[in-house]
Design a protein around this ligand. Sequence first.
Ligand code: MTE
Length: 327
Amino acid sequence: MSKKPFRYPEIPSSEITPESVYLRRRDLMKAAGLAAVPLLAAGSRAVTAATTGGAPLEFAPAIGEAGFKTTEDLTPFDDITSYCNFYEFGTDKKDPARYAHEMSVDPWSVVVDGEVGKPGKLNLEDVLSGFDLQERIYRLRCVEAWSMVVPWIGFPLADLLARFEPTSKARYVAFETLYNPKEMRGTRSFTTTIDWPYREGLRMDEAMNPLTLMTVGLYGKTLPNQNGAPIRLVVPWKYGFKSIKSVVRIRLTSKQPPTTWQDLAPREYGFYANVNPDVDHPRWSQATERRLPSSLFKPNRIPTRLFNGYAPQVAHLYKGMDLARYY
Ligand code: MTE
């Protein structure tokens, strides 16, 4: 089998985060008071804190000047962490906050294989010490028509993939969540119709887009378990179900991989799942969204934007494509 190296598509410099906005490793260490401590220790401390329910390690107190921002109000931490979709722990929005602490996230590793020159495994410590972490303030738009604004901490998926040397046959990236029925009560439920593990996928050029983030924190701290600890994907121009949580495997493939929601209801959930106010879900309109926090008296309904407002960064990926057909 030929293992020709994958060639990066040309990325306009306007889309590349300036180096000055990167949260550099030494800042991370300094902020965490770990200047003299090896990064491996920093990583494991962060994870242990998440596992034990102790105070999570703070990444940095002030990283707000980082790029990829929005001026919209941030959704409060309590809303982001108490109103979640993580079906491995149940289908109620409150279930992940109630039960996700039952998932142990230390130790953790991510296997990267398939169409790569150098298949391998990344331990969480390698992730925390080996990539330049940045703050990205992104809108997250769920297919259920609610949305949030989240200050994530992460690094481009492209940086991770490059380490494993994708071959010229790599056209898609498939992701899998941890499947551990002992610690994930939703997967044991007799009512579940999901063929676990939860799976997602991207086209290679979507995966390499600078907006596509592997995420390890929010609000400057390690990810709470209910939001996908210790590492998840965030693809801000797609419906939230593409942003797969608690990732343990990344596989590069030549064929479009099967994905959880497409398997369950292909007429309702497509592979692309690009946010689009003009293509309704068969059972509800996608023209507007409820921006959290919202209540009966203050629904906070706002218009939904094509590609969730990220058209300048991603519209070129879908040039000439019928977005109603490839939903
Ligand atoms: N990942 C896994 N493994 N399991 C899930 O049920 N739900 C998805 C996505 N990632 C889900 C998942 C959906 S539908 C949404 S909207 C987002 O996670 C929600 O992310 P949040 O709970 O951090 O807001």
